[in-house]
Design a protein around this ligand. Structure first.
Ligand code: PTJ
Length: 245
């Protein structure tokens, strides 16, 4: 489809086209488009901007990633389609392992998403061999890589489903989410929830990684002072303010 650059929603239309093309290629799940639409709706409500509370959450995520012994960033079809280069760049900056972990899981799709990331420059992307299981999830969505999620102490989960976020918390990991829906189970279960659009959040987190790398005191302060309940309340309040006539 030809999209005119003058269209006021040009960027949104380009992203939609890319996501639907990636559905055709099998990287994004068909229902990933529904998840994307939900994200767009919440982004409207937050004013399509990074709020002050999201910026604080992004710095706290950076602090946790730098403090971690074995940080892992999980990538699903939507996260790959929206922000593969940004997430790979963040992983290199930390450095963190990258693991493909899918909700709509099949060996063929895992292969497609891993290959997609490798074509974007991803090195040592985990996901093809998942020999460990997370407790508390009955289906094969519990599968994860032993040297990835299973052994991780800190996991960044962009656009994750609630069951797995809860299972990661129960497994004793520090769970950092990026999710525009401040009411989702993922947002509520995680230790730090960035209520911001993925492609705005990821470069902000990477910038904070560089800023905080040599500042352990500031990292500790951010982690100690962060209150996710208050962060989610402020995010909901920001949405209410946008909606107020
Ligand atoms: O590739 P798969 O098989 O692993 O499937 C990926 C999806 C995203 C389809 C799957 O994990 C899923 O169904 O997720 P949910 O439960 O719909 O949750 C996705 C969450 O991400 C929702 O709360 C959306 O509001 C949010 N979201 C969607 N797009 C964005 C977003 N948050 C931040 N930035 C976005 N661009």
């Amino acid at each position: 489809m030809e999209i005119s650059r003058d269209h006021p929603r040009y960027r949104s239309l380009v992203v939609r086209e890319r996501m639907s093309e990636l559905v055709r290629q099998g990287v994004v799940a068909p229902t990933g488009l529904i998840a994307h639409g939900r994200g767009e709706a919440f982004d409207y409500m937050i004013g399509e901007r990074t709020t002050e509370t999201a910026a604080r959450a992004e710095r706290t995520v950076a602090a946790w990633l730098l403090e971690a012994r074995r940080p892992v960033i999980t990538i699903n079809g939507n996260a790959a389609g929206l922000c593969a280069e940004g997430l790979l760049s963040l992983a290199r900056a930390v450095p963190a392992r990258v693991e493909v972990n899918l909700f709509h899981r099949s060996p063929e799709r895992v292969e497609k998403v891993v290959s997609y990331l490798e074509n974007m420059g991803g090195k040592d992307v985990l996901g093809r061999v998942q020999a460990s299981r997370l407790e508390g999830i009955a289906s094969d969505r519990a599968m994860c890589c032993t040297e990835g999620i299973y052994q991780a102490d800190v996991v960044l989960i962009p656009l994750e489903d609630g069951d797995r976020a809860g299972a990661l918390v129960k497994a004793g990991k520090t769970v950092l989410a990026i999710d525009l829906n401040p009411l989702s189970r993922t947002a509520l279960e995680s230790h730090v929830t960035v209520v911001d659009e993925l492609t705005r959040a990821v470069p902000n987190i990477e910038r904070a990684v560089h800023e905080l790398r040599d500042d352990p005191e500031e990292r500790k302060r951010l982690i100690l002072e962060f209150d996710n309940g208050e962060n989610l309340r402020l995010s909901r309040e920001a949405m209410c303010l946008t909606l107020r006539p």
